[in-house]
Design a protein. Sequence first.
Length: 599
Amino acid sequence: MTTINPDAPGTEAVAESAQLRARLMALTSGAERLLSAVRTGSVRAAICDLARQVSDADALAIWILNPAVGEWRIVHSVGLSDSFAGQRLKGTSVPFAAPLVAHDLDATPTLEHRRAEYRAEGIRSLVSVPLPVNGERGATLVLYYRTMHRISESELQVAIALGHLAAAAMGHAESFEEERRLRNDAQRQAARLTFLADSSSLFTSLDYETTLRQVAQMSVPLLSDWCAVDILADGKLQRLATAHVDPAKVEFAEQFIARYPPDLSEDAGLGRVLRTGEPLLLAEVTDEMLAAGARDAEHLASLRALSLQSVIMAPLNARGRTLGIITWVSSTPGRSFSETDLALFMDLSGRAALAIDNAQLYEAAQRANQVKDEFLAVVSHELRTPLNTILGWSTMLLGADYGAVTLRKALQTIERNARTQAQLVDDLLNFARLGSGHIELTRESLDICGTVAALAVESRPEAERLQIALDVAIPSAPCLINGDPQRVRQVVSNLLSNALKFTEAGGRVRLRVEPAPNHVDIVVSDTGIGISPAFIPHVFERFLQGDPSSTRRHGGLGLGLAIAKEFTERMGGAISARSDGPGAGATFVVTFPRVPSTG
């Protein structure tokens, strides 16, 4: 039996040679699996796995350079702590072309700036092998040793061979992923163009709500995983449509928006898009973003449950107004929106906004036509009513002789109806002149108390005829304002006439002048039929009346308040109305800036 003496000359060389062969065989057998991997993550894991088989390293790491920020980071590691693996290092490229060998890190000057981190991790030696992926020195494989380790020549040769193999595998994976990315981009672009072509027919409809719901449904899953449409109404966003690749999540999304309505005053998100009219692209939604925007822990949990990966918010802009927002969301990891997606979505939101604006303009035109038709019907009725009365009494008087009492009654009736018709004609003329800008208002100092007192005296006989109590409260001291005497008188007269008209017999009308240091209020209140809350915002609009039918109980063209508002505002004043609802009466307040008395 032959005995081998381990101390014999050449034994160490033989052992190293055998070890080299074994490692090269492991490297060769692992090469096929490494080169067959086509996903970057799989390649990196396979590189570290193979490195463990062909080396005695205690830990391994692949470092990658992000040239956009000039920063190195570990993208895959084995045997390192989280704190060490999470480091970021500044740099532009691997500063060495051949492997960097550090048998003793405490005695390696080139790595002195990193000595504290190595000591904290317990690393005593290392080998850093450049990975020239596609010819660029932007990656390196580092083998770490936690005991002092003198790297042999055979280990170094294996590390170099592994580096070449790893660089080739990473380059192959990057090329494959780039090809796949380009193919996916081409497919997505074709899908975008198809979507735009298919959606174009939708925007011809005047039913924009149905159109937007269809757009949301068509967007999923072709363009996004989520799509939501919000329309601005009365200063608030109202959710019009929600679509999701998983219909079961639509209800969750609707419950979420109901529980956590968007705060439009915030500097981010929907509020920012509404205020600026500019789109918002979040290519990557991080957990830090969710935490920063969460209102509480439960809100944060709900945000995380939405699986937001990437978001685009596109405003619905038309004629300088933002009508709402369409939001597209990706909840698929790795699917991020780009500037190309943003351009598509802005094109889509622009078409949708135009459809909304056209539909609203059409509805407004239809309403205006309806209101004008109703107004013309009212004008016809109102002008005919006093005329019929005048003609009736005139015909009756011409047909026979009547006593003084009947004659006086007839003349009073004719006079009252003639005045009514004259007022109707005056309202029509004033309305036409206001619309064409042909009314000129003078501005002079006048005592509003005297004007109101005179109107109260003139209106009292009518109030007594209607059996309505007229209470008047006017200060004895003058209250001076700047205005057109005739138009100020007309404003107050219109309000007082309205109050008497809409108050039943036995009711009460109050006329007050309330001076303040800088202004004076003329207040006309009544106990009449009141105004419904829904009509209060429209009470001063032209053509509109609470009851526009020609069979309503109270006459008039519905222009008096509109004219009063126009005159008041042109003279620098303001007018307002309030009521607690039908049957609760109404109060109108006219406010004029007060002119200091010089007396």
